[in-house]
Design a protein around this ligand. Structure first.
Ligand code: NAD
Length: 299
């Protein structure tokens, strides 16, 4: 029997993930502070909940897909929150990207109420959320993972348990460092090629099959050349991830010099009004410095 699922947080990612669960035959009760998002998922077959507490009260598994640590704390631990409604034995799967230490803190409070928690952040962005092909990195007890693995496989092509609670988010921080640095490297290189007079599209096609090729290059270079910075993954959310990465790195005694440089690049973009652009928009920082725009020759 498929478990009854509660889904809280129906944004860019949560909405398609919830719709995929509905398509796979799960019954869903959903909540978001944004009523428009709720309406859209209800139209796809979900039931609307009145609050996070209400959603938790009628669910065996509660999924949260929220922006950051404070939102997860509020939704799970706060007034009218998940723990007020959840029965002992409920499983909480937090799929938001948050600080690993906060995952551990929230899990400890949940356990006091008999609720087991997994942290299960995702990578892949909106296109893979829509296709149900996300990469999902999970922290928490093996036996709880076993209970929800099939459900997670509806949303992800790769579902890997990486360790205890918090390790999903530690893995996600590693992922976000690699993605941010890749986008910055790609931007620096494409601005150089463009200002030196070479068509960036030709550069992209020439190098994408070699060692410089990457998933990031294939996902972001075409959008940059089309001047399409619609999110996707907003720069402000990547700032949040790098903030969590810097804090976690410093707590465990790891200097992260490149991460802090890209953080400052993103801070400059935020001051420049670009916080809501896709993180492919990092290129605009380099373009401003070099006074050149990366676009196809024929544009
Ligand atoms: P989003 O801002 O589009 O969605 C978040 C949703 O949470 C919104 O609909 C918002 O109304 C809702 N929300 C906020 N506070 C709430 C509360 N108190 N109660 C109920 N609902 C509340 O963000 P997103 O892009 O969907 O990202 C969600 C998480 O997934 C973030 O942690 C992000 O870092 C991560 N993520 C995003 C992407 C991406 O490409 N967008 C990729 C991988 C991971």
């Amino acid at each position: 029997m498929k478990k009854k699922v509660g889904f809280i947080g129906l944004g860019i990612m949560g909405k398609p993930m919830a719709k995929n669960l509905l398509k796979a035959g799960y019954s869903l009760k959903v909540y978001d502070v944004n009523q428009e998002a709720v309406k859209e998922v209800v139209a796809a077959g979900a039931e609307a909940g009145e609050s996070s507490k209400d959603v938790a009260a009628s669910s065996e598994v509660v999924i949260t897909m929220l922006p950051n640590s404070p939102h997860v704390k509020q939704v799970v631990l706060g007034e009218n929150g998940v723990l007020e409604g959840a029965k002992p034995g409920t499983i909480l799967v937090d799929m938001s990207s948050i600080a690993p230490l906060v995952s551990q803190e929230v899990a400890a409070k949940a356990k006091e109420k008999g609720v087991e928690m997994l942290d299960a952040p995702v990578s892949g962005g909106e296109p893979k959320a829509i296709d149900g092909t996300l990469s999902i990195m999970v922290g928490g007890p093996q036996e709880i993972f076993d209970e929800v693995e099939d459900m997670l496989k509806v949303m992800g092509a790769s579902v890997v348990r990486v360790g205890d609670i918090g390790s999903g988010n530690t893995t996600k921080l590693a992922n976000q460092i690699i993605v941010a640095l890749n986008i910055a490297a790609m931007s620096e290189a494409m601005v150089l090629a463009t200002k030196a007079g070479v068509d960036p599209e030709k550069v992209y096609n020439a190098i994408r099959g070699g060692l410089a090729g990457s998933t990031v290059l294939d996902a972001k270079a075409p959008l940059v050349m089309q001047r399409n910075f619609k999110p996707g993954f907003r720069i402000e959310l990547h700032i949040k991830d790098l903030m969590n990465a810097l804090e976690t790195a410093h707590e465990v005694g790891v200097p992260v010099p490149l991460t802090s440089q890209v953080m400052e690049i993103m801070q400059a973009l935020k001051v420049d009004g670009k916080a809501k652009d896709d993180h492919g928009g990092i290129v605009q920082f380099y373009e401003k410095l070099a006074q050149v725009e990366v676009k196809k020759d024929n544009q």
